[in-house]
Structure formats: C-alpha cells, structure tokens
Design a binder for this molecule. Structure first.
Ligand SMILES: Nc1ncnc2c1ncn2[C@@H]1O[C@H](COP(=O)(O)OP(=O)(O)OP(=O)(O)O)[C@@H](O)[C@H]1O
Length: 206
C-alpha cells in the first residue's frame, strides 16, 4: 500500500537518515523507533507529504504521492504529537469541525463515541479546560469515525492512562482487521499486543 524508497533527510546540516526504504501493506502496523532527535517525526512528516525528502520518494498504491497527493490525502489520517485540537472549542465542536473539514458525514453517534472515550459530561466544555489525557482523547476520537486506509500517528499514547492505552490498542486492531495500515512512533512496547508488528529503527546520527 505504502512504499518508502531510498528516502534521505538532512536537517541543519545533519543527515537524520539516508536511503531509507521499507514498505507497509494493508493490515500491517509499523513502529518507528529511535532516541530523541533521531528523526522519527521528520520521517512521518515526509511520508505524510507535509515535508519534502532530500532524496527518494513515497509511493502510495503504485504512484508517487507527489503525483497523486489528493488520492493519498483522502486515504490518510495523520495525528501529530501535538493534539491539534482547538482549545476554545468543545470536544463535540472539535469533532464536528474535523468531520466537516475532511468531508465526512457528521456521525449521529458523536456523543456515544466521546462517551466511549471517557468524556461523559465533558463534551460541551472548552477543550482547554480538560486534562492533557482528556485532550488527547478528544484528538484520538477521529480514529473512531473515519475509514482512512493509512493512519500515521506521532506519539498517540502520550498522556493516556492505562485504560486509554488499552482502548487505543483495541482501535488499532480494528483498523488492521479492516485492512487498514498504521505507521506510528511510540515509546510503548507494542510487541506483545501485535505479533506481526514491523519496526523501523532510526539511530541518532551525528
Ligand atoms: N523544521 C526544522 N528545522 C530545522 N531542524 C529541524 C526541523 N524539524 C526538526 N529538526 C531537527 O531534526 C532533528 C530530528 O527531529 P525530529 O523531531 O524528527 O526527531 P524525533 O526523533 O521525532 O525526536 P523526539 O523523540 O524528541 O520527538 C532534530 O535535531 C531537530 O532539531
């Protein structure tokens, strides 16, 4: 589904990674690992098409994403390490805004999904008044209301408590079982939960 071909990234005259190649198929989950500053976020941003690689290309369903970006974007859900929620809006409004911007139908069960995410009674207060973990849950609600083929997630477990971690892992399993793919960074050990977990390990290069 997704092929990373000989991708190189240089930042501030430091080569973060060079000629990196790997593939991610339908139903697969891949974890990008490495120390702080190794280039994990930079790699995810290149694959999502938000930044250009210094060399190499990203192929989605046989075509370079530079040539089929609209098709790729329609099948991509990216959640960065910042939550990306608007603190002035409520959880409900954030979700509606996100659905509208991406052209998804407003699901009738938005409140049910927010409840499932442990946000009962908090749906209609400004998100800035929520805790870090609750704000993360609002951001992650998108994973319960889309059918994008590719999820790219930068540190999605940040600030989640143990129940939140389990719930998110269960949602990952759903995505994989319907033939979706997941590429993520996390410091969680996912090996025990996803036996077929693939890994890309970035070293810190000086
Ligand atoms: N826009 C930018 N301009 C200049 N340098 C950048 C930019 N973005 C990232 N860098 C540099 O690239 C390096 C890798 O950053 P990146 O955020 O990709 O690392 P990371 O592996 O995700 O780190 P962490 O685990 O701390 O999140 C860092 O040294 C950073 O300073």
């Amino acid at each position: 589904m997704l092929e990373i071909k000989s991708v190189t990234c240089v930042k501030q005259e430091r080569c973060l990674f060079e000629s990196l190649s790997f593939a991610l198929d339908a139903g697969q989950i891949m974890q990008v690992e490495g120390p702080n500053g190794a280039g994990k976020t930079s790699l995810l941003r290149i694959i999502a098409g938000f930044a250009n690689a210094d060399e190499g290309e990203v192929i989605f369903q046989g075509h370079s994403i530079t040539q089929c970006y609209d098709d790729f974007a329609a099948e991509l859900l990216f959640i960065g390490h910042k939550t990306g929620v608007n603190g002035q809006l409520t959880a409900y409004e954030n979700v509606c805004y996100w659905l509208d911007v991406h052209g998804y139908e407003r699901a009738t069960n938005i409140y049910d999904i927010l409840a499932k995410l442990g946000l009962v009674g908090l749906e209609d207060v400004p998100v800035r008044t929520l805790s870090a973990g609750q704000q993360r849950r609002v951001a992650l609600a998108r994973l319960w209301m889309n059918n994008a083929k590719v999820w790219i997630l930068d540190e999605p477990f940040t600030a989640l408590d143990k129940r939140g971690v389990v719930m998110l892992q269960q949602q990952f399993a759903q995505q994989l079982s319907r033939g979706g793919a997941i590429l993520l960074t996390t410091h969680q050990d996912l090996t025990a939960h996803f036996s077929a977990l693939k890994k890309v390990v970035l070293e810190y290069r000086h």
